[in-house]
Design a protein around this ligand. Sequence first.
Ligand SMILES: Nc1ncnc2c1ncn2[C@@H]1O[C@H](COP(=O)(O)OP(=O)(O)O)[C@@H](O)[C@H]1O
Ligand SMILES: [Mg+2]
Length: 345
Amino acid sequence: MSILARLCCCAAFQPSIVVVNGQKYKLQRLLGEGGSSFVYLVETPGNELLALKKTRCPFGSIGSISPAMKEVNNYKRFQSPYIVQLVDFQVCQEKDGSKTVYILLPYFSKGSLQDEINRHLLNCTEMPELDIVRLSVGMARGLLCIHEANVNDDADVTYSIVSAPYYEDASLLNDLELDTFGESQQSYAHRDLKPANVMVSPEGMPIISDLGSCTRALVEISSRQALLQLQEWRSEHCTSAFTAPEIVDVQLKSVITEKCDIWSLGCTIYAMCFGISPFEREEQISGASITYAITTGKYTTPPGTNRSPKLIDIIHKCLKVDPTERPSSGELLTLLMDLQGELVS
Ligand SMILES: Nc1ncnc2c1ncn2[C@@H]1O[C@H](COP(=O)(O)OP(=O)(O)O)[C@@H](O)[C@H]1O
Ligand SMILES: [Mg+2]
């Protein structure tokens, strides 16, 4: 069966048409794919273009759809021009017992920041420093919203399952939350920030996307079980080239915080400057394993770089192995805005 034919097995479909909550969308093409999802370009009858993220949950159980439902909740949770906003979603029961979660998002025709980096690599051009700083300011603003989210968890949505023989309560999904603590703590962390997870708006602004790994900021690794749980979660959700050392080499009795995103933003700024993650570059030039390079914080900048020392210094501040030495998203935003002020004056 073709991918498009398979996509169309939920609810009533014509070929190349997908229906989400009664609204028909025409499938145009595949935009991207990840571990468990496909993202398609779709068109409304009014010719509006949207992105449709389709996640197959093979077992159809609460545990199986929990990650996709958490992602839906996260899109609702954060209101910021720098974080992608949900258009619609639906959970579908398939005939084979599996479920499919459809998430409709705005379509960004410029693609992701990774596409932008790739364009520069292909054309042998460099991203202008002012663009790098402007994009970094936007990402820091988005992170500030996630890290300081003083929202309550009413964002958690309930949902109905189209053609489902029974109803499942979305609140049960909370049972599967990572081992988080601090009931009043409402701050979150994205945990998989990287250029491929940041879209570029028509105005050239960064839009933090793919909130599938976003969870409460504080995760206490208090037991061996919690350690194994985090290791398993990491292998499913995180991309090591941009992942912080405290997640790459998670330690018993440690606490993971939102500072992991500051590390990832440092790697992302570096990648905008030099076209590659700092630790991937280190692996390429020294042959050291990427895990060793990350956990020891070992990386260099290309010799003779014309990037400004202040921007390089901001990257260094983000890439401190000890998370407590990294700036907060608010402090980082101030540093970046100061630099932006200097560059435009
Ligand atoms: N709203 C969108 N507009 C345009 N392209 C998108 C959009 N969302 C995702 N993509 C493309 O699809 C890829 C995968 O999407 P993502 O949400 O990161 O899925 P996954 O969770 O599988 O990583 C992105 O890197 C990007 O290339
Ligand atoms: Mg992704």
